[in-house]
Write a protein that binds this ligand. Structure first.
Ligand SMILES: [Zn+2]
Length: 455
């Protein structure tokens, strides 16, 4: 059987990447994420898959591939797949975003997970609150410059710049050929040079096939995206001009952005305040010296949410949260000294504003991508209502986690693989007219249809 790669997600959609690699009887899953609109035709609003039925409800609609030997006993209890000893030898991860990791919770914990060192730190931070999909799996770490083998397959991981630290692309050497996989990437973040490292390594390893993300290809957003550096400059300007509280929110773990906010506040007399969840992540990432994250307590403070009526009592907080109570800033403190703070919370923390009681005339920075689906649009309306209610000035300010179209094609051209497979894009058909000109072939992937890896 030829060396092959079967895509089960990230096909004609942004995110949900799931690839099965097979070579001489050895099987590896490369990313195993949840698509952003995965199953939206069947599960929406109050209708969701039953946790009690494991993978069964997702199998019903083809939302998870029925790969034997991949899933846990619990996930398979009510399905036609039988649980046996693990037949999948490894799961390899590009980065920790849920559209690449979100379905790992269904897999057999006997299967080891290979991830970057930074990804394992992020996992440990979320594991403190038992909310990491990698919980229960053995973790094997890699870093740029190293190589690792799973059976006949050799993986060459190389860092890329993305909106989460510890993102990787790979060159994978299989028995009958090699392919490169970009993971998610951009060139315009704080570490854009890392994507160039990936591009050059991929070019040197001469893969016959390139799997590239194409999130922004065919979206018609041209060069409208701004860089992280531009976000820094604009935030600095907003902070300098603000006469009230500066407040920002996004969902997730964009550590680059927290660094940007921290830098923007230097010399402004304002201290950055983050949620306990973000503080816990920053504390963990301090172990990674290269990242140079701000230090909790010294450089920035932690927002302490009220957990019940009355005062703040240590016993109300989880063990991992208690260590932050010393550096804690409460709603009352921020309310009293609004011009001393730059408050960053997660999007679900908007109700904290009710306790903070901000004066009118503050500045709100919406630091997330603009909504791309109906659910997101609804949330955006709600956010704007809150912002208007509290009299903030609304600013949308964000640098995308993904390269614009011309960045994707410059990488494709530089790597020079004969076959290009566009994934993580809603417009895989937009590649052919751009790539064919350069004597390369585009293979539009089909869910469940193997791509032969040759040359
Ligand atoms: Zn992604």
């Amino acid at each position: 059987m030829p060396s092959r790669l079967t895509p089960f997600g990230g096909v004609g959609e942004i995110g949900g990447n799931k690839f099965l690699l097979e070579d001489k009887g050895v099987r590896v899953v490369l990313d195993f994420g949840t698509g952003f609109s995965d199953g939206g035709e069947f599960f929406e609003g109050s209708i969701s898959p039953r946790a009690v039925n494991g993978a069964g409800d997702l199998f019903e609609f083809g939302l998870l591939p029925e790969v034997p030997g991949l899933y846990s006993e619990r996930a398979l209890q009510n399905t036609r797949l039988r649980y046996g000893s693990a037949e999948v030898d490894a799961i390899v991860l590009s980065h920790y975003h849920s559209d690449h990791t979100g379905r790992i919770g269904f897999t057999d914990p006997k299967i080891p997970v290979y991830c970057g060192e930074t990804t394992s730190l992020i996992h440990e931070a979320y594991s403190d609150s038992r909310s990491s999909p990698l919980d229960d799996h053995e973790i094997r770490r890699f870093r740029t410059g190293g190589r690792f083998k799973v059976g006949p397959m050799e993986f060459v991981p190389v860092h890329v710049d993305h909106s989460i630290p510890g993102a990787y692309g790979f060159v994978v050497h299989m028995s009958e050929g090699a392919f490169a996989y970009t993971g998610d990437f951009r060139f315009h973040g704080r570490a854009g040079a890392m994507t160039l490292d990936f591009t050059e390594t991929a070019r040197r390893e001469r893969p016959g096939t390139l799997l590239t993300e194409g999130t922004r290809v065919g979206q018609g957003d041209g060069k409208s995206g701004i860089s992280e550096k531009a976000v820094l400059e604009e935030t600095r300007r907003l902070v300098a001009g603000s006469k009230g509280l500066v407040f920002s929110s996004f969902r997730g773990n964009d550590v680059d952005r927290i660094n940007t906010f921290f830098d923007a506040c230097q010399g402004s007399g304002r201290r950055v305040v983050v949620s306990m969840r973000m503080a816990n992540l920053l504390e963990k990432l301090k172990e990674d010296r290269k990242l140079r994250v701000p230090s909790v307590g010294k450089d920035l403070d932690v927002y302490v949410k009220r957990k019940k009526t009355g005062g703040i009592d240590d016993s109300d907080y989880y063990r991992w949260e208690r260590k932050f109570l010393d550096h804690g800033v409460t709603a009352a403190e921020i309310g009293k000294h609004q011009t001393d703070y730059f408050l960053h919370l997660e999007s679900w923390d908007f109700p904290e504003l009710i306790d903070i009681k901000p004066d009118r005339g503050g500045t709100y920075i919406h630091s997330a991508t603009e909504a791309f689906n109906e659910e997101g649009e609804k949330e955006e309306v709600v956010v704007k209502n809150w912002i208007r209610h509290f009299g903030f000035r609304y600013t949308q300010l964000h640098a995308s986690g993904h390269a614009p179209e011309e960045g994707v094609f410059s990488l494709v051209e530089r790597v020079g693989a004969a076959k290009v497979v566009p994934v993580h894009t809603e417009h895989p058909e937009s590649f052919a007219p751009r790539v064919r000109r350069r004597g390369m072939k585009v293979e539009v992937p089909v869910k469940g249809k193997p791509v032969d890896i040759v040359g």
